[in-house]
Design a protein around this ligand. Structure first.
Ligand SMILES: [Zn+2]
Length: 43
């Protein structure tokens, strides 16, 4: 589950046609989340 990057709440719902689009029900912001990697991060 994502946390809102602005207010850290978990009250997120999908937003719009963009599969990466989310709407935060707590601060009412909409934004996109892009996964840039998983596992151990290397410098
Ligand atoms: Zn929020």
């Amino acid at each position: 589950m994502f946390h809102c990057p602005y207010c850290a709440e978990e009250d997120l719902t999908p937003h719009g046609d963009d599969p990466d689009g989310w709407h935060c029900g707590a601060c009412l912001r909409t934004f996109t989340v892009h996964l840039t990697g998983t596992g151990v991060q290397r410098p």
